[in-house]
Design a protein. Structure first.
Length: 347
């Protein structure tokens, strides 16, 4: 018998660990779990606007108990952005009474997502709005001068997001927009003309009913003036154009939704801050051609893998323009398309 196999168990000490002190975790005594509550009792609403970490959310739209509440984002969503237009699930106090705060715990599936980047090579996306189905591009006929390339970029972003574009030209009493509009003659693009004496409020309102329409445009083009005319309660700040630089001054600093109500129904206007650039770093270059529907039909005759750039061999679009099939307007449209395609090719 060895010394370690002694039958004398009474000589072995009995250990009791019940009085051992365990230092609690600095993050709390309870272990962190990856399990999350299901929030089966959550209610669903639509985000109307975002202001410094607080979200204005509309519950039960068009119902007798419709109400607007204030909510914060739950900690489990800290890495997910919640934007105007999102459909969200909420828990907590959803009465909408003063001083109450609900909590956003889920973000619904987005049907569309309008995004932009700082420039064409920037991979960081800046989400503008979710679930919009129309985009009203607001351009001034003069003061500031209309920018064809910026409108083209809006069209590309709209097509990439699956949003129907509309075009409104303001300040037509200062300049004739006919020459500018020739650049978009080949597109299926509804156009509204507005002047100081007459704003096409009835026509635009009819186009807004039953839709969520995001308004975009260069600073100083009169976008906020148009929003206030359509929705007097909006009270959006109106800026002025610098007489020296010809640039507009940013007045809207946030994206926010306003309801348009008529006897024939209602719709939503989503006003956005004015921008001077609209990067397309997030867009799939293959989708750019789709925004130029007039040229896309001709591109179907191009050889496989055609870049559609000026030096592309056997490009049907280049050949059509050189043959005079599309006139000067077609040449300008192709130049705009190739500028965008060239930007992505260089990147």
């Amino acid at each position: 018998m060895s010394w370690w196999s002694s039958d004398d168990e009474e000589d072995e000490p009995e250990y009791d660990e019940s009085d051992i002190r365990v230092r609690p975790s600095r993050r709390g005594s309870r272990p962190r779990s990856k399990m999350r509550p299901e929030h089966a009792n959550a209610v669903t609403g639509s985000v109307l606007g975002v202001d410094r970490g607080r979200y204005a959310v509309l519950l039960n739209e068009d119902e007798s108990d419709e109400r607007e509440i204030t909510a914060a984002r739950a900690s489990e969503l800290r890495r997910k952005s919640v934007v105007t237009g999102d459909h969200v699930d909420l828990v907590g106090d959803t009465t909408g009474e003063a001083g109450t705060l609900a909590r956003i715990v889920r973000i619904g599936e987005r049907s569309t997502l309008l995004r932009r980047s700082a420039d064409d090579t920037d991979e960081v996306e800046r989400v503008i709005v979710a679930n919009a189905d129309q985009m009203l591009i607001v351009v001034a006929a003069a003061n500031p001068e209309p920018r064809i390339r910026l409108v083209d970029r809006y069209l590309v972003a709209a097509f990439d997001a699956g949003i129907q574009p509309l075009l409104c030209i303001t300040k037509t009493d200062l300049a004739d927009p006919a020459v500018f509009l020739e650049n978009f003659a080949g597109l299926d693009l509804p156009v509204f003309l507005s002047s100081t004496e007459r704003m096409p409020l009835v026509e635009i309102t009819e186009a807004l009913i039953g839709h969520r329409t995001v308004f975009v445009g260069h600073s100083g083009v009169g976008k906020s003036t148009l929003v206030n005319a359509l929705v007097p309660s909006a009270e959006r700040a109106i800026g002025r154009v610098n007489e020296v630089t010809g640039r507009g001054r940013h007045t809207s600093s946030s994206t926010i939704s306003f309801r348009v109500v008529t006897d024939h129904g209602s719709g939503w206007v989503i006003d956005t801050p004015g921008v001077r650039s609209f990067g397309l770093g997030h867009v799939n270059p293959e989708n750019i051609l789709g925004a130029f529907t007039d040229l896309a039909r001709i591109a179907e005759r191009c050889p496989r893998g055609c870049t559609h750039l000026p030096d592309a061999p056997d490009c049907a679009m280049n050949e059509a323009v050189e043959a005079g099939e599309l006139g000067e307007t077609g040449r300008a449209r192709l130049d705009s398309l190739q500028r965008l395609l060239g930007t992505f090719a260089a990147a």
